[in-house]
Design a protein around this ligand. Structure first.
Ligand SMILES: Nc1nc2c(ncn2[C@@H]2O[C@H](COP(=O)(O)OP(=O)(O)OP(=O)(O)O)[C@@H](O)[C@H]2O)c(=O)[nH]1
Ligand SMILES: [Ca+2]
Length: 506
């Protein structure tokens, strides 16, 4: 040791504790960095869970398989659709005269579920069946028969190893509510930013999107209105992830697009020869309707006044006229189940963004009208489509199912009037509607929300975060790195100071 160094040591008795303190803090800093990295990147054991929902709609049944990591079931957006299987044939309500066939039809999709879900998890996988408007209508017509049908379907599903939770007809309000939950869950609208920094500062609420569902036999509108929601039967209260929501919902039975078409055609008085003309089909289009089968719905009171078994519908292809016929369905009608569907039902002013799915999407997508086109452009496109002759349309879209293709003119006009005169969207806020079939790979519909609710997968309160969000992780890393850098600089400055002093021989 030189004399100078010896002198420094004697003249700066504090230098050792300072260096020790700096070294100690550096060790803490490094331990903290390593600990954060380990916590953040630790591999959780990835056990996957499964759930199955059967959507027994009026026009068809679909089976959905959902999957989620077992440890993260309360986080939002963790449940994902793994598979969608369309059941062959019509909806279960069409089997009212041959109830055993309704269950049998499900076997292909249930077999598929058995293949996809690991065998050792079959018995713990919950399976739900929810039936919607088709079964609501059958129950109105014949309650016992609808129960027999459900029992028969249940009996068939019990042959499978899944944890079957029963088949039931869900209420229109549930259908609307669960659809609203599905889309907002998938869009990530429920969870405030769960980063701990944001949470400490109160978190930020995200607005929810309204949900518009157009099925074959009913249509639902569900959204959070600006003011109060009035009638109790149209109000849903949810507490999800620490936020309370008061939601307006209404389901219009008989105003799904298939039943609405029946109402529309029932307005027309057939000629003696048993033909009716309709501006809602393309010119040259003809369809023979079996009177008993077509009008066998409680939505229409009484059969048309005809002696014919078959009524021939002839298309006229006139969108403007078609909208007049559709409008008539929305005002008071004396031959339908609901005498005053839209004008007498309370609905707060639509508010915020909406997602429109099912037939809203199928129809608007076919007409390339899913890009928030202005009302005028929507009308023009629909007018042009309806004005085309059926033969031309058929030639242009040889791959499209004739049933769908022939009804696009009616369906598009129906959607336009339903949105603007039923739900009261205006040319100013029609562009708030996004027509979507899927959100992040998941079908938009009520089934996901139904399963999330029944499996208690959406907590009322915000779960405490187990690991850091990416933002928090990066923030912590930056803070600790700066901390270490400062310590390093201090050490450098300190040792330079010592050196200077040593050189000066202080
Ligand atoms: N264009 C087109 N129409 C479809 C398609 N799939 C279903 N539809 C029709 O769209 C309408 C609504 O279908 P869904 O949403 O499945 O109706 P649903 O669930 O059976 O009926 P609800 O019980 O009233 O909900 C029905 O008239 C169907 O026939 C499709 O892929 N393309
Ligand atoms: Ca449906």
């Amino acid at each position: 040791m030189t004399e100078a160094q010896e002198g420094v040591k004697q003249k700066n008795p504090w230098h050792r504790p300072v260096i020790l303190l700096i070294a100690f803090l550096m060790v803490i800093g490094i331990v903290a960095l390593v600990a954060i990295a380990v916590v953040q990147n630790k591999q959780l054991p990835q056990k996957l869970k499964y759930g199955i929902v059967l959507d027994a709609g009026s026009s068809h049944t679909a089976l959905y398989i959902y999957q989620w990591p077992a440890e993260k079931q309360n986080d939002t957006g963790k449940v994902q659709q793994l598979e969608a299987c369309k059941v062959e044939g019509p909806g279960i309500s069409s089997y009212s005269k041959e109830v055993t066939k309704a269950g049998l039809a499900l076997n292909q999709c249930l077999d598929k579920a058995k293949e996809i879900i690991p065998e050792h998890q079959h018995t713990e996988t919950p399976l739900y069946l929810g039936a919607t408007a088709g079964m609501r209508l059958l129950r109105l017509q014949d309650e016992q028969q609808s129960q027999r049908l459900l029992n028969s379907v249940e009996k068939f599903i019990r042959l499978y190893p899944f944890n079957f939770q029963g088949a039931r007809i869900i209420r229109g309000q549930e259908e609307g509510g669960y659809g609203w939950i599905t889309i907002n869950y998938l869009l990530g609208n429920f969870l405030k930013d769960s980063g701990w920094i944001t949470q400490l500062s109160g978190g930020k609420d995200t607005e929810t999107f309204g949900a518009l569902d157009l099925g074959g036999a009913s249509t639902q509108i569900t959204f959070v209105p600006e003011g109060d929601v009035e009638p109790e039967e149209s109000t849903l209260y949810f507490r999800l992830y620490g936020t309370s929501y008061t939601v307006y919902t209404h389901s219009f039975l008989c105003y799904g697009k298939d039943q609405a078409l029946k109402l529309l055609l029932a307005q027309r008085k057939e000629s003696v020869s048993g033909t009716i003309t309709s501006p809602c089909f393309n010119k040259e289009y003809t369809r023979n309707l079996n009177v008993t089968a077509f009008y066998n719905t409680p939505c229409i009171l009484g059969l048309p006044n005809t002696t014919q078994d078959i009524i021939k519908v002839i298309g006229e292809g006139n969108a403007e006229e078609c909208r007049k016929h559709v409008r008539a369905l929305f005002s008071s009608t004396d031959y339908t189940l609901t005498s005053c569907p839209f004008n007498c039902v309370y609905q707060p002013q639509v508010q915020g963004e909406f997602v429109a799915f099912s037939a809203f999407y199928f129809v608007m997508n076919f007409l390339n009208l899913t890009g928030k086109e202005p009302l005028k452009q929507m009308k023009d496109t629909i007018d042009n489509f309806c004005a085309r002759s059926w033969n031309e349309v058929k030639d242009n879209f040889p791959k499209t199912r004739v049933k769908y293709l022939s009804e696009y003119c009616f369906s598009a006009n129906y959607i336009l009037i339903l949105l603007t005169e039923g739900y009261n969207f205006t040319s100013d806020n029609l562009n708030k509607i996004q027509f979507m079939r899927k959100i992040k790979g998941n079908d938009a519909g009520w089934t996901l929300g139904y399963m999330l609710n029944l499996t208690n997968m959406i907590p009322a309160e915000l779960p405490s975060p187990r690991s850091l969000t990416h933002t928090s992780y990066v923030t912590l890393m930056v803070i600790f790195s700066l901390f270490l850098l400062i310590l390093l600089l201090l050490t450098l400055l300190n040792s330079r100071g010592l050196l200077c002093r040593a050189q000066k021989g202080i």
